[in-house]
Each structure stands twice: as C-alpha cells, then as structure tokens.
Design a protein around this ligand. Structure first.
Ligand SMILES: *Cc1c(COP(=O)(O)O)cnc(C)c1O
Length: 338
C-alpha cells in the first residue's frame, strides 16, 4: 500500500521502538520523568525558548497556548484555513471563551498589513484583539511556508500593537530544512510554539509546547485540567528524542518527493491546478470531467491512498513511510490515468 493520506500515519521503526523500550521513566505529573524532561529541554534549546511541555497532541498544545495567553472576550486573529479554527472543534471558544477574527490569506499565509487591519479598536462592544496564530507550514494552504523575514515582519506588527504571537509549528522542521533559517532566530520571534512529533518526524504520539518558564508553569496547570498529565510518558518522549536525532535532516527528501509529485500532476490533462509545493504537502484541483471520488477510486485500485479536501480538491502528503520507489510508481500511475 502507498499511503499519501497524511504524515501522521507513519509507524515507529524498529530503531525507534528500541529507543522507546530503553527509556528511563518516572512520573511526569511530578515532573520526574527524565526522558520527558530531556525532550522538553532539547526542543526548548533548539528554538531558543526557556521551557517545554510534552502533550498528547498538537491540538492540545495549541489549545493550552490559546488558553494560557487569553481571557474570555479576547480575540484570536488567524487565517481562515488555520488548524486552530477549522480542525480543533472550535476549541478556542469551548476552552477559552474567546472570539476569532479570520483573515483571507493566501495559501494559509497572512501578511502584517492584514493583521494590522484586523485589530479591533478598543470599544466596550468589541472583543479585545490579543493573540495572533500563524501556521508554518500551512496545512490546508498546501504546505506553504513563511521565511524568517516574513515572520519577523509579523512579529514587528504584533509588538507594535501589543499582540501575543503563537506559532502552530506542527510541521516547522519541514520548513527549516528548506529555508535553512536558524531555528533559534525563528523560535525567539514567538511567545509560544507548538511542535508535532507525530507528523513528519515519525513518532507515534506527542507534541511539545514551548515558551517562557512562566508561560509553561501556567500551561502545566491547564494541561492537567484538560486531562493531559501523563505518568510514565518517557516511553513516548523517547520516540520524540529519537526523531529529533534521526528524522529531521531527511525531511528535505520528503519535500523533494512532494515537489516531484506536484510536477507530475501539473503535466496531467485531468489536473486543473496544483498549489505551489514548498514542503511535503501537495494540494491540487481536478478538472470538472474528473470527479474527485472517481480519481481517488482509480488510485485505490492501484493501492494508492489519498484524501479529498473538497469535491475536486485532493491532497498528497509525503513522509517517512513513502519511499522513492513508491513515488516513481505513483508518477507512473498518474501518467496512465485518463
Ligand atoms: C496536525 C496538526 C496539528 C495537531 O494535530 P493533532 O492531530 O492534534 O496532533 C496542529 N496544527 C496543524 C497545522 C496540523 O497539521
């Protein structure tokens, strides 16, 4: 089976499982799991942040960040395709009681001008503009990425207007291997950062939230309230540490394979358009005479699996469990489909 559904579908390798088996563990609710602490410190160090918090999912790290940064009646500013808006069950409202201001960005990316224009004046009847969330890379945006300089300009607008800036960096390493931007320079632009270990990095479970000591102290309390305090979580954190050591550099291979698939799709008569492929995600639209479900079925017959993002819109994601041979096979099949 060739799985282009998501980079969340990877299974741990034998070497990763071995690292997990060997983990030294303790009770992380007491802060006493040495492997969890090592993972949190490693990621905080990589991004120039003071502290980290290991959580079960990227939804939880985003939700805790929003909760920690805001009070009810505040407003969050983000692109209309953001994960925090579309894919977390409206958790910003449910968990934090805040409002949201959606920006019509381009491929998931928003500009400093758009942010500035969406700040509410301070009237009694308007929610208080408080927090900006950007995604890098942008998932629904087709893996589009921000460079350091673009993020710096966003940071400046936030600073000027007293806004807090959170990075949903679920796939930030797919970006950094492309831009070669310095992780510490990027990391210190943000008040908090969420990083997924279970996407391209290939861990089975887990995300880490990064921020100041004070922020993480408060975030720990919310993690407990949300039921995310885990005990001998070091077995899972060990997978994350293994991934940081072994699976970062190779993400450029995934990005390259996505570009190959994108180029192949662009040459097909049944493809209307392909969004610019910058990282490991390819989003494309089919022409009217090739319905999305029919196309998916044709792929499935060849044991190639992907998902639809709309009736005519599909997504391919490359990852650890898609090798070059499989990419070649997909290209061959794409060239045959009519
Ligand atoms: C996957 C993802 C998350 C977190 O999702 P979980 O499944 O909860 O780990 C957050 N943001 C983006 C952009 C994502 O793609």
């Amino acid at each position: 089976m060739i799985n282009l559904i998501s980079d969340t579908t990877t299974k741990p390798t034998a070497a990763m499982l071995e690292a997990m088996m060997k983990a030294e563990v303790g009770d992380d609710v007491f802060g006493a799991d040495p492997t969890v602490n090592a993972l949190q410190n490693a990621l905080a160090g990589m991004f120039g942040q003071e502290a980290g918090l290991f959580c079960p999912s990227g939804t939880m790290t985003n939700q805790i960040a929003i909760k920690t940064h805001t009070v009810p009646m505040d407003e969050l500013i983000c692109d209309h395709t953001s994960h925090v808006y579309r894919s977390e069950n409206g958790g910003y409202a449910y968990n934090s009681g805040i409002a949201i201001k959606l920006i019509q960005g381009t491929n998931g990316k928003i500009t400093p001008d758009q942010i500035e224009a969406s700040i509410n004046p301070s009237f009694d009847w308007l929610p208080k503009s408080k927090l900006v969330v950007i995604e890098n890379s942008c998932n629904i945006g087709g893996g589009a990425m921000y460079t350091y300089n673009e993020m710096l300009e966003i940071k400046k607008v936030c600073e000027k207007n007293g806004l807090i800036l959170h990075l949903d960096g679920a796939r930030v390493f797919n970006v950094l291997v492309e831009t070669h931007d310095d992780a510490i320079k990027v990391g210190t632009l943000f008040d908090s950062i969420s990083i997924c270990l279970s996407k391209g990095l290939g861990s089975p479970v887990g995300s880490v939230l990064l921020g100041s000591h004070e922020f993480i102290k408060s975030a720990r309390r919310f993690r407990k309230a949300m039921g995310g305090g885990m005990r001998q979580a070091g077995y899972l954190a060990a997978a994350g540490l293994y991934a940081l050591e072994n699976n970062i550099d190779r993400l450029s291979i995934d990005n390259q394979r996505a570009r190959e698939l994108g180029e192949c799709l662009m040459n097909q008569p049944y493809v209307e358009s392909v969004r610019p492929v910058q990282t490991n995600i390819v989003i494309f639209d089919l022409k009217k005479d090739m319905p999305g479900d029919v196309f998916l079925e044709k792929l499935k017959e060849k044991d190639i699996h992907a998902v639809a993002f709309g009736p005519q819109t599909l997504r391919f994601v490359t990852h650890l469990d898609v090798n070059q041979e499989q990419v070649e096979k997909v290209k061959t099949i794409l060239n045959q489909i009519r």
